[in-house]
Design a protein around this ligand. Structure first.
Ligand code: SAH
Ligand code: MG
Length: 216
């Protein structure tokens, strides 16, 4: 988060005016830090962006891959209508347990559910819940190409598919880093998304870059 919080005066104005965390989200983030969760969540600009997208698409069913402490999930779940549902996949039981507690105290327990396990093992079990209206990919980068395939399988025309951390902390196009599995995964994901005739896609340069596609 340190880079996320190193803002110019203009960026600080935008954050204060449009994107500020409320007390509940601030508490989630400070408790995540105390619990020793890695500080790798999205920032408030992206959280608000996800909310705008949920509203814009009228999403009722959202899938997240990579939950961590439930910060991005809280932004998403808060924007869902009554009866809407977020399913978030998470590898680490510790992260999932932290998230369940946070979502309950934010009043989101009926709207947001975390499922534990490697996402590639959880995804085949979600067929009955598909199609999703919005899918946010934010887990292990080497598996992003496979997550995109699952996202497409679980989509309908109009579904929005998002992938966080396209820039990989500025290393995506570093010629010395191209053999890194995470960089390879992210490049493969970006190229597959951009080249897929079923999608219209772009990258929104908030924070570490968020790829965004809509299914035609
Ligand atoms: N979306 C969260 C941040 C997610 S960080 C937010 O912005 O608030 C990435 C998360 O993906 C971590 O919690 C990590 O444990 C999880 N993860 C890593 N590999 C995974 C896998 N194979 N399946 C599911 N989750 C995984
Ligand atoms: Mg991320």
């Amino acid at each position: 988060m340190s880079k996320l919080n190193d803002l110019s005066p203009y960026e600080q104005f935008l954050r204060d005016t449009f994107h500020a965390d409320d007390a509940g989200l601030q508490r989630l983030q400070s408790e995540a830090e105390k619990a020793g969760l890695p500080a790798i969540s999205i920032g408030p600009e992206q959280g608000k962006f996800l909310q705008v997208l949920v509203q814009l698409t009228g999403a009722r069913k959202v899938l997240e891959i990579g939950c961590l402490g439930g910060y991005s999930g809280a932004w998403i779940a808060r924007a869902l209508p009554a009866g809407g549902k977020l399913i978030s996949l998470e590898l680490e039981e510790k992260h999932a347990a932290f998230t369940r507690k946070q979502w309950a105290s934010l009043g989101l327990a009926d709207k947001a559910e975390v499922r534990v396990g490697p996402a590639l093992e959880s995804l085949p079990g979600l067929a009955d819940e598909a199609p999703f209206d919005l899918i946010f990919i934010d887990a292990d980068k080497n598996n992003y190409p496979a997550y995109l395939e699952w996202a497409l399988r679980y989509s309908r025309p109009g579904t929005v598919i998002l992938g966080d951390n396209v820039s990989m902390g500025g290393r995506l196009a570093d010629p010395d880093r191209q053999e890194n599995p995470g960089i390879r995964g992210m490049r493969g994901f970006a190229e597959a998304m951009a080249g897929d005739a079923r999608l219209v896609s772009t990258v929104v340069p908030y924070a570490d870059g968020i790829a965004m596609a809509v299914v035609k």
